[in-house]
Design a protein around this ligand. Structure first.
Ligand SMILES: Cc1ncc(COP(=O)(O)O)c(C=O)c1O
Length: 382
């Protein structure tokens, strides 16, 4: 008989080798006590009271077993209705544990070993990680810093090869706060039409916008998988409610099966309470969040100009701005100096080479805390 003895050393499977916690987390976890947090993208506004009350009622009055794997039919129907242009049946939506799970599931269901995935540079580092977990190869298209990180169709197009299996778009963007225009999406659709390439559209910030409501990529390109959730717009990060939605029935079937084996179902209490997430009360809470973040973004960009003499991108949505520190040196060193003076920021390079020389600043803080943060940055950078 052949020896079945294996090494006793821990061996990470090849597909997971090289996966690291993001620089966002690495900086946050080293924060000194009483730091001002410009680092994490976590809303500081309270979760609306009517949602808390409803969740408390559901937890105390009702039995909360599993829901079906893809989630409560009433909730899936409500979400399908958010994308009327796709005329989605309820089965076109799967509820997940936050949009992060929807994202991982979607990558796993469309990427095969060696497939190339087009990712924006800069963008949320999870796309790179999800591509690698699915054994794909990340290929970056530039959102050039010199045009305030606007979409550039010529570079996007130039990165497509025979191996391209999927492309990712995010709007409003983490980390830049920029929004894709309808023209950007039209150009993408024109390039992708007939190629079979999947478009993974991260729309987690779609309710947080400061001008025109952002459009969904799915309005322009049918083979789009929408990834979204309630974490950011209703300050529900810890409630873990997200979804994947797509008009391709086989894709949704695949996502549903994988989701069943990874998490079974999203929290039943959260799903039931989330039935209130599109009521007038909820829409008023989202509108309030938009107002607050818009005002804070303007306040912070002005403060950076007045106090530090530095330019930050004008946020169009989400709660991020990119502070241009290229005149001061290396972004990791600058973020480190800020960290030592009790201000958490994220070096731009955490999101891609195009953001090198920038700091991503999130404005999930009161104006008073942000003013104190900028004061500490000034002190650190003199
Ligand atoms: C761009 C982007 N997508 C997805 C997520 C995941 O959010 P959640 O899983 O809470 O829905 C985040 C969280 O920071 C994000 O910034």
């Amino acid at each position: 008989m052949e020896s079945t003895k294996q090494s006793m050393d821990f061996q990470l499977p090849r597909r997971l080798q090289g996966l690291q916690p993001t620089l966002i987390r690495q900086f946050f976890e080293r924060a000194l006590p009483d730091s001002i947090n410009f680092g994490l993208g976590e809303p500081d506004l309270p979760t609306p009271d009517f949602l808390r009350q409803e969740a408390a009622r559901i937890a105390t009055e009702e039995q909360n077993g599993y829901t079906s794997h893809p989630g409560l039919p009433a909730l899936r129907t409500l979400i399908a209705e958010q994308y009327p242009h796709r005329n989605l049946p309820m089965t076109g939506v799967v509820m997940t544990c936050g949009s992060q799970e929807a994202m991982t599931d979607a990558f796993m269901c469309c990427i095969d070993e060696g497939d190339e995935v087009l990712l924006p540079d800069p963008s949320f580092p999870a796309y790179d990680a999800c591509t690698r977990i699915a054994q794909g190869k990340p290929v970056y298209y530039r959102m050039p810093a010199d045009t305030e990180f606007a979409f550039d169709i010529s570079h996007f197009k130039s990165q497509i090869t025979k191996k391209t299996k999927a492309a990712v778009v995010i709007s409003p963007s983490n980390p830049t706060g920029k929004i894709m225009t309808p023209d950007d999406y039209r150009q993408i659709a024109e390039v992708l039409e007939g190629t079979g390439i999947w478009l993974l559209s991260d729309e987690i910030y779609s309710d947080l916008y400061f001008g025109e409501r952002p459009r969904s990529a799915s309005e322009f390109y049918e083979r789009t998988i929408i990834i979204s959730g309630l974490s950011k717009s209703l300050s529900m990060t810890g409630w873990r409610l997200g979804w994947a939605a797509c008009s391709d029935a086989r894709m949704m079937e695949a996502i549903q099966v994988l989701h069943g084996f990874t998490t079974v179902c999203a929290s039943t209490i959260t799903q039931k309470a989330s039935l209130l997430a599109w009521t007038d009360e909820a829409e008023a809470a989202k509108a309030h969040a938009r107002e607050v973040y818009k005002k804070r973004g303007e306040f912070l960009v002005k403060l950076f100009a007045d106090e530090l003499g530095l330019k930050a991108t004008a946020p169009e949505g989400a709660f991020y701005t990119m502070l241009d520190v290229r005149s001061l040196g290396d972004d990791i060193e600058i973020a480190e100096k800020c960290l030592q003076n009790r201000v958490v920021t994220v070096p731009g390079v955490a999101f891609g080479q195009e953001a090198k020389g920038f700091l991503r600043i999130s404005f999930c803080n009161t104006e008073e805390r942000m003013a104190e943060g900028v004061r500490r940055m000034k002190e650190a950078l003199k």
